[in-house]
Design a protein around this ligand. Structure first.
Ligand code: TYC
Length: 129
């Protein structure tokens, strides 16, 4: 999804002589000689953010979860251990907050590593409000 939106307004600019063709950058000329020209504003909007979460289960080894947090989410060993323990005790925990594509990639990396190591570890993404 692009974070750029274009807003076009058609407005009368009475103090300017009417022009034909495209005039100023982002402008549209008075092609139909109505005395109206278009003005294009380029606005950027902030991208939506997504929490990547991991879920507890009874089988994935604690060390593997710590490894995932270090390797994929760039956590230091103490923070990785803390997050793992939080998930172990509460059922779910946040690994990080990312834009859509980054979150999607991290979820896929976690699920792929878990599957290849035959662990049932689950990982998901949730949109931040
Ligand atoms: N509950 C697991 C165990 O006791 C450890 C674990 C922690 C598993 C976090 C998944 O996301 C998880 N081996």
């Amino acid at each position: 999804m692009s974070n750029t939106i274009m807003i076009q307004t058609r407005m009368k600019i009475s103090h300017l002589p009417t022009m034909t063709g495209t005039n100023a950058p982002g402008g549209g000329g008075d092609d139909d000689e109505t005395g109206l020209v278009t003005q294009t504003k380029v606005k950027t909007k902030k991208p939506s953010l997504y929490r990547v979460v991991i879920l507890n289960d009874d089988y994935t080894p604690m060390e593997f979860v710590v490894f995932i947090l270090e390797r994929i989410f760039n956590k230091g060993s103490e923070e990785a251990y803390k997050i793992m323990l939080h998930v172990h005790n509460h059922g779910v925990g946040v690994c990080g907050i990312f834009t859509y594509e980054v979150a999607e990639t991290k979820v896929a990396q976690v699920l792929d590593l878990a599957r290849r190591n035959e662990h049932p570890l689950q990982c998901d993404m949730e949109r931040e409000d």
